[in-house]
Design a protein around this ligand. Structure first.
Ligand SMILES: *Cc1c(COP(=O)(O)O)cnc(C)c1O
Length: 461
């Protein structure tokens, strides 16, 4: 007799340390979200049962990571924790110079300041918003060339790819302007969609032929590697570490927010082969991050990162990770809500525009759905639609909508169990028949920049 394998169907960890989860009743939540002016960012975390606002810095660390933290070497210069971290990143990426930073955006800021001159262009599959801001802050243009399947709205195994045809055109027409190419794995801004090995390899060949450096923004490198293993021809028998090694072999440098695929609560790095840029960054970083062997991190943080960067490559974990996010997405879809497909690596995106067709984009259907998910179920999600990505014309006061009205449910790593997910899905089933009763919102206050963080709303009747 042979029973099915437990692999991929259960959480490949057991729980040694727990923290209580706030469980509130709906009337209390209704009052709290009203007090927070219907902005989920303004809720205290103690009012949230399922905090799916982000997968950044919210992972559960392992016993091995907590153990490693106890041996953190807090020496100012050349700590053994740095040397361990440096070697781990070198082994992972094959890149020579490893610079720790306190999170991803500081690696971006340092790289862009050291590398870019005003008027240049940095091309990406889709730049993450902080990457774009750092490129623009250096006076350069951040150009996105996402896969054509995004514009066509069709499913594709590697919807995160960079558009190679357009990349070639730009490289040919603007050879002297393009300073770098950054491929974000997985492509966060289009829904955590993976990039294929073939795409990275071909982008690298193009970059080489024009002598332009290729960088990986590798916040979710392990999730990307797992998608390559299960979806791309020729990779099913390859180990995750060997797939990671091959991905990084096609780049000249990498920037990482280690708050994602390193299971850490804080941290990041920049790794690069170019000594000149590395030296420039090392002298620059003293102004903001600290000495180059700690870069804004404690020795214990680098210990946790060194363990996390290896642990994240375990295949049992990755199959559970990708499968459990998909399971959540399929459950929401089965309840009748419209989700973005294929489901990405770190989050489920609900298409609120299609799910609430009676609410026009000017009344923010994503905001309406995310408030309802909180009021009725205790889920904190984030609107990724016209509140976050739209804007108001400062002269006419007219609202310009975003191309899509999405709500993102990001899954912290190793935090919520299947029973939590089953409960959320069951509650969404109860909510689904009442979606037509939801009403839109209007702003009662909005800041000029990044308005979603501080905005106040009024519920329309
Ligand atoms: C989170 C993220 C960043 C920024 O990193 P922080 O650690 O939040 O500063 C950059 N790129 C991608 C793809 C990310 O997901």
């Amino acid at each position: 007799m042979k029973l099915p394998s437990a692999k991929t169907v259960i959480e490949p960890f057991r729980i040694k340390s727990v923290e209580p989860m706030p469980i509130l009743e709906a009337p209390k939540r209704k009052q709290l979200i009203k007090d927070a002016s219907y902005n989920l960012f303004l809720l205290p975390a103690s009012a949230v049962t399922f905090d799916l606002l982000t997968d950044s810095g919210t992972s559960a660390m392992s016993a091995r990571q907590w153990g490693a933290m106890m041996v953190g070497d807090e020496s100012y210069a050349g700590s053994s924790s740095y040397l361990k971290f440096e070697k781990t990143v070198q082994d992972l990426t094959g890149l020579e110079h490893v610079i720790p930073t306190h999170q991803g955006r500081s690696a971006e800021a340092l790289l862009m300041t050291a590398m870019i001159k005003p008027g240049e262009t940095v091309i990406g599959n889709t730049h993450f918003d902080t990457t774009r801001a750092n490129i623009e802050n250096a006076g350069a243009k951040a150009l996105d060339l996402p896969s054509p399947s995004i514009a066509l709205g069709i499913d594709d195994d590697f919807k995160g790819n960079i558009d190679l045809t357009k990349l070639q055109e730009h490289l040919k027409n603007e050879t002297n302007k393009v300073r770098a190419i950054i491929i974000t794995i997985t492509n966060n801004s289009v829904g955590g969609q993976p990039v294929s090995m073939e795409n990275i390899r071909n982008a690298n060949e193009l970059a080489k032929s024009y002598n332009i450096p290729l960088f990986l923004d590798c916040a979710r490198f392990a999730e990307n590697a797992y998608f390559i293993k299960i979806r791309e021809n020729g990779y099913s028998d390859r180990s995750i570490p060997s797939i990671c090694k091959e991905m990084f072999s096609y780049c000249d440098g990498a920037i990482m927010s280690a708050k994602k695929d390193a299971f850490a609560n804080i941290g990041g790095f920049l790794a690069i082969n170019n000594l000149e840029i590395a030296s420039q960054i090392r002298s620059l970083m003293v102004l903001t991050e600290g000495f180059p062997t700690y870069g804004g991190l404690a020795g214990r943080d680098m210990e946790a990162l060194a363990v996390g960067l290896k642990e994240i490559q375990e295949e049992d974990y990755l199959s559970y990770r990708i499968r459990s996010v998909e399971y959540f997405g399929k459950g929401i879809e089965a309840a009748g809500l419209k989700v973005v497909t294929p489901i990405g690596g770190h989050a489920v995106y609900i298409d609120a525009g299609k799910t609430l067709p009676h609410i026009p984009s000017s009344q923010f259907p994503g905001q309406s759905l995310s408030v309802a998910l909180y009021e009725h179920i205790g889920i904190r999600s984030v609107e990724v639609g016209s509140v976050m990505l739209g804007h108001r014309d400062p002269e006419t006061g007219k609202e310009h909508p975003a191309p899509q009205e999405l709500v993102r449910l990001a899954m912290p790593r190793r935090v919520y169990t299947q029973s939590h997910v089953d409960y959320m899905v069951e509650m969404i089933h109860y909510l689904a028949p009442h979606l037509a009763e939801l009403r839109g919102f209007e702003f009662s206050y909005q800041a000029r920049f990044l308005r979603h963080f501080t905005a106040k709303f009024k519920k329309l009747t």
